[in-house]
Write a protein that binds this ligand. Structure first.
Ligand SMILES: [Mn+2]
Length: 574
């Protein structure tokens, strides 16, 4: 910033670049809403007062808010590249995100993270990154990369790298695992923030976890869990996404005294949910609808995450701060009229005024490396007719470890029974490694007469397929492998739906609206042609079926995993 220019404009010796007149300015430092003129110079806020500007904008009584900040997001979960993700969220008021690229990192390692840095360069959405601390998420799966402290440190100096990403392997941290402590030390030595992920951890283990340097948690699901973290000085990121929705349960846990340590995040939000409901503006609106003071809600989306991640000059409309400004109709609808990024108009009436095509590198395409899968790969010999079945729960990432009687054919192989809602599920290693295939059984998905496959399988992103016909399962997998990854639907031997996700097997290079429309078509096909249970999001459910850190029973490419016992278990019960 040119100091002389700023000072001349601030004292009025020179004109401001832009002046916003007749606005209600939301002051997140004092909680006031101040009717005044707001002035901007060289992309910075000059402040309030009787300014004249080269450009004068009469906002006619609208509210002026600092740009919204998503405190924790996996951009890849939007199924779109950073360029198209920006076009999706900026018009809804989000001007900065703190992103954890562990999805693409599990597929393409450091080159995957570099891709996210390059693809987000120069966008009106400021994408700041946390280095993924758990790649792979656990030792019980085969990912496309393994990242140690000596790997991560190579990116620690990047200007838009903030800190260390969600420390999901909290058992190893609490046990003092040397490799985990080395990653922690790398961040601590650089005074970098460290994100947490520690559902149900409490008491002395939580003291150890926080005292070692972990500063945030977005996995709280109850006010008690929230309180236990706030009491220990942690920031609590209240999550409202497509997969996990904790806002309603937690928002009343935000009190005047702990407000400053509370922020909003989305974690994982699919394009159609962002198009339908919004992004961080949705979190703000929901909080206000549930009775929260509007300025509190705005502060949780602006100043608090900025302070949490040491984002100097962000999160408020104050002298010298970035002119990231969101113009709102009112403090009820939180409808966004216009968005300014560093003083430049970048969105109006929920439409982006910029367009940056996807910039893709070789490191993140052709990442599905798997042999041709055959129907017989899914034949399932069963020693007994009692099995451990993954029972899917509606609108949840948690599954139940159910014991069920199953049918076997004359050769002792698992046989689909028309009256039993028990399907085969498989996880296939696809990074060109061991080619391992984990086989299991799943209940309450309710698919009939086909198969669904996906290359989104948190966090190792191996291929996941569910079905009641082996040939269709093979066709579903081979179809998405041929498109470099994606989501495929097969019914009665025919491929009836395919959403290519050629970037890492996770993201499309197409605009969000197109991706959303394709996903909606696939969803309709899954429900209406294959009869998949409407209560479960067929693709999101599959996406988390291989994540062995969320209870109770999950499946990785190495086999069936009891998350509570934290060990592999047999499919058959003898
Ligand atoms: Mn993930």
């Amino acid at each position: 910033m040119d100091l002389k220019n700023f000072i001349d404009a601030a004292v009025g010796r020179k004109k401001a670049d832009i002046v916003f007149r007749n606005g209600k300015i939301i002051n997140v430092f004092t909680g006031e809403i101040i009717e005044n003129t707001l002035a901007v110079k060289d992309g910075k806020i000059l402040g309030y007062g009787a300014y004249e500007g080269v450009v004068e904008i009469d906002v006619k009584g609208a509210y002026l808010s600092p740009g919204f900040i998503d405190a924790h997001v996996h951009i890849e979960s939007s199924l779109t590249t950073p360029e198209h993700f920006a076009s999706l969220v900026v018009p809804r008021g989000t001007t900065t995100v703190v992103a954890d690229p562990h999805e693409i990192a599990n597929v393409a390692g450091l080159e995957g993270i570099r891709y996210m840095l390059d693809a987000s360069e120069g966008l009106p959405l400021e994408c700041l990154f946390m280095l993924p601390s758990c790649v792979p998420a656990t030792p019980f799966e085969n990912s496309g990369a393994k990242l140690s402290a000596s790997d991560l440190v190579k990116l620690a100096g990047e200007p838009r790298v903030l800190g260390l990403g969600e420390m999901m392997d909290y058992p190893s941290l609490i046990e003092g695992d040397p490799a985990v402590l080395e990653k922690m030390q790398m961040a601590l030595d650089r005074n970098m923030p460290i994100d947490g992920h520690a559902p149900m951890v409490d008491r002395k283990e939580l003291n150890a976890y926080i005292g070692a340097g972990v500063g945030t948690d977005h996995e709280c699901s109850t006010p008690e869990e929230m309180r236990s973290r706030l009491r220990r000085g942690m920031y609590v990121l209240i999550r409202e996404g497509s997969a996990a929705r904790n806002l309603k349960n937690l928002i009343h846990g935000v009190k005047l005294y702990n407000l400053r340590r509370c922020a909003f995040c989305t974690d994982d939000k699919q394009p159609e949910d962002i198009l339908k409901d919004g992004h961080i503006n949705y979190n703000i609106r929901e909080a206000i609808d549930l009775g929260m003071d509007p300025v509190w809600a705005v502060q949780m989306a602006t100043l608090n995450p900025a302070e949490c991640y040491h984002l100097k000059g962000k999160g408020a409309l104050a002298p010298g701060y970035d002119a990231d400004i969101v113009i709102l109709d009112d403090l009820k609808s939180i409808h966004v009229q216009q968005v300014y990024k560093k003083g430049v108009l970048v969105a109006e009436d929920e439409k982006a005024l910029f367009s940056q095509p996807s910039r893709v590198t070789d490191a993140v395409v052709n990442t599905v490396k798997v042999r041709k899968i055959r129907a017989e790969d899914f034949s399932l010999p069963m020693e007994t007719d009692v099995a451990r079945v993954i029972r899917i729960l509606p609108h949840s990432l948690v599954t139940e470890n159910a014991v069920r009687k199953i049918e076997r054919d004359e050769n002792g192989l698992f046989k689909i029974h028309p009256d039993l809602d028990i399907l085969k599920i498989a996880v296939i290693e696809r990074h060109g490694g061991k080619g391992t295939i984990g086989l299991g059984l799943v209940e309450n998905y309710r698919l009939k007469g086909g198969a669904i496959a996906s290359s989104i399988g948190h966090d190792s992103h191996n291929l996941i397929v569910v079905g009641d016909r082996d040939e269709d399962m093979a066709l579903a997998v081979n179809s998405l492998a041929a498109s470099g990854g994606g989501i495929s639907v097969v019914a009665n031997g025919e491929l009836v739906g395919l959403l290519p996700l050629p970037i890492g097997g996770l993201m499309s290079d197409k605009p969000a609206e197109e991706v959303s429309a394709s996903l909606k078509d696939l969803l309709n096909t899954a429900v209406h042609t294959l009869g998949v249970n409407k209560e479960v999001d067929p693709f999101m459910t599959l996406a988390f079926m291989a994540l062995p850190v969320i209870p109770e029973l999950k499946l990785t490419d190495e086999g069936l995993f009891d998350v509570l016992k934290f060990e592999f278990v047999d499919l058959c019960i003898k």
